[in-house]
Design a protein around this ligand. Structure first.
Ligand code: G1P
Length: 278
């Protein structure tokens, strides 16, 4: 069983300034729920109960969000608005939340390594909350799909999707041998390649399942693209000596790290989730 799920949330969110000047980008709402809560709910639905956050300066609001606010509870008791807190209350009561700080921004690989003391010697999932994923009602979420594969193959897995050739420079891009429909055994990975250097158009999105040997590999991984320690480079090393899978998930993903993706996700949630629930 994998129990632990890590959320690297130390990034500055500069693309959303000035909104993110005094507020973490992960707390920006998609309709009426912070972006990061959707990621936690996806993980909880996939069976995760222990959540670790790699935070940074200015990110205290994330800790407060996953804690009880007694003052607020007192204020709204008997007001008829209690139901608005049901989703977050359920998450708080049924799961545990732990936080550690990344005090220098040295890349996603470094952020994941910072979470080592929260994860221990266990396989774990990583969710990048910026990548907001939805699936058909009644079907498994993206992380739940990946957990099923992990239980079968017991190795690291990254979620992938096809992207246009002129967007490979935004992602880690893989090459692999097809094992079955939508599942590849990784043979190559490049972080944010230009189209002519991209080994395919299959881009990694922010869902990973990692085996704990990745930590020692990250420690040995030299800074790569943009001078940052890249999880992509560490995973390629892991793939050379074992098996790393890439899974073309079923569902739709919105890049909420960009204004366009954020607005598209907002429209999607408003039409397909919020209005339906009214
Ligand atoms: C990170 C990873 C990249 C991956 C992407 C998914 O990049 O480094 O390999 O494709 O997340 O969202 P970032 O978007 O943090 O620059």
């Amino acid at each position: 069983m994998i129990k632990k799920c890590l959320f690297p949330v130390a990034g500055y969110g500069t693309r959303f300034l000035p909104a993110t000047k005094a507020m973490p980008k992960e707390i920006l709402p998609i309709v009426n729920k912070p972006l990061v809560q959707y990621g936690v709910e996806e993980a909880a639905e996939a069976g995760f109960h222990e959540f670790g956050f790699v935070t940074g300066r200015g990110k205290r609001a994330i800790e407060d969000h996953f804690d009880i606010s007694y003052e607020l509870e007192h204020q709204i008791a008997g007001s008829g608005k209690e139901d608005l807190l049901t989703s977050i209350r359920d998450l708080i009561h049924n799961n545990s939340f732990a936080f550690t700080r990344q005090n220098e921004m040295k890349g996603l690989g470094h952020a994941i390594l910072t979470g080592r003391n929260l994860v221990g010697d266990n396989p774990f999932a990583v969710v990048l909350a910026d990548d907001f994923c939805v699936t058909e009602p009644g079907t498994d979420g993206v992380l739940a799909q990946m957990v099923k594969l992990y239980n079968q193959f017991r190795c690291s897995i990254v979620a992938i999707e096809e992207v246009p050739a002129d967007e490979t420079h935004k992602y880690g891009v893989i090459a692999g041998e097809a094992m079955k429909d939508g599942l590849y055994r990784i043979t190559d990975m490049v972080e944010k390649p230009s189209p002519d250097k991209a080994p395919s158009n299959l881009a990694i999105i922010g869902r990973y399942i990692l085996t704990p040997d990745i930590f020692d590999i990250i420690e040995r991984t030299a800074p790569g693209k943009n001078g940052e320690v890249q999880i992509t480079d560490a995973l390629l090393e892991q793939a050379k000596n074992g098996c790393v899978l890439a899974y073309q998930f079923k569902g739709q993903r919105f890049d909420c790290g960009s204004i366009d993706g954020f607005v598209q996700a907002t429209n999607y949630v408003y039409e397909n989730i919020y209005k339906q629930g009214k």
